[in-house]
Design a protein around this ligand. Structure first.
Ligand code: GLN
Length: 258
């Protein structure tokens, strides 16, 4: 089938259609867009395209349907129910890169797909990280992504609940994107999030602050954490002396305890 006809008939947005086409054809999406009149999709690939479109129309997030996503300029495997990388988390990594440059060992609880640790490990070849997650699938996915990026010999992944986590000592910093959505606000999230993503990666309990209190008890400095856009003052009252970094829409996004 001719790709320009396929693009016209696709029930997805142009952006999503091109991302799916890039995934199944191996051609760059800009190339596909510019050469759509002369490009053809064979039956095997057309079937793959239709299967993915079916999943997306059924409510599956695009990232899970193609099994990968981009974060901080790198490609990562993503698999349900492990949290899909969010673009705002890139600000956390940018800040962490500035802060941890002289550090040797870091700790990342709630590691999820491993995007934060692996981005840091790729940036600093001398760095090592201990990472934990309560979800075994997240731990496995982090290791799979670590192998993809050839940093598996510098990351130790422990499947553990933060509440009774192994005592992590002698690390030089902590970086985390903890669950921070108050339980009562979870129902306002997009249906596809609730259906596919592990809610434990998002649920910050009653007031959304449960895990910040836990992190504080580790007493590791510096601590670089993602926060909810309405949590600036609550975070200040938990940590006292804390620096807040705003995102590109001027919303509080990262808290740094030095
Ligand atoms: N560290 C992962 C991410 O930022 C997962 C975070 C989490 O599970 N809360 O995407």
């Amino acid at each position: 089938m001719n790709i320009s006809t396929l693009i016209k008939q696709s029930p997805l947005s142009l952006r999503d259609t091109l991302i799916v086409l890039e995934h199944i054809s191996g051609f760059d999406k800009n190339y596909i867009f510019l050469h759509q009149d002369s490009l053809e999709l064979d039956n095997e690939r057309l079937k793959k395209f239709n299967d993915i479109v079916y999943k997306i129309k059924d409510g599956m997030p695009l990232q899970y349907a193609i099994g990968k996503w981009w974060f901080f300029g790198h490609e990562f495997f993503v698999e349900p129910p492990v949290l899909i990388p969010r673009p705002e988390t890139e600000i956390l990594v940018e800040k962490a890169i500035e802060i941890v440059k002289d550090c040797q060992i870091g700790f990342e609880p709630f590691v999820g797909s491993g995007i934060i640790s692996i981005s840091l490990l790729k940036y600093y070849p001398h760095l090592k990280i201990i990472a934990t997650d309560i979800n075994k699938k997240a731990c496995e996915l982090t290791l799979k992504n670590a192998r993809l990026h050839k940093v598996e010999d510098r990351i130790l992944v422990v499947c553990s609940n933060i509440a009774d986590a192994i005592k992590i000592e002698k690390v030089d910093f902590l970086v985390a994107n903890p669950p921070y959505i108050p339980t009562k606000s979870l129902e306002t999230l997009d249906k596809s999030i609730l259906k596919y993503e592990d809610i434990r990666a998002l649920d910050g309990k009653e007031d959304g602050l449960f895990f910040y209190e836990k992190l504080k008890s580790f007493d590791i400095k510096p601590m670089i954490m993602e926060i909810g856009h309405d949590q600036e003052y609550a975070i200040k009252s938990i940590f006292g002396d804390v620096e807040i970094i705003y995102d590109y829409s001027y919303k509080p996004r990262v808290a740094i305890v030095r």
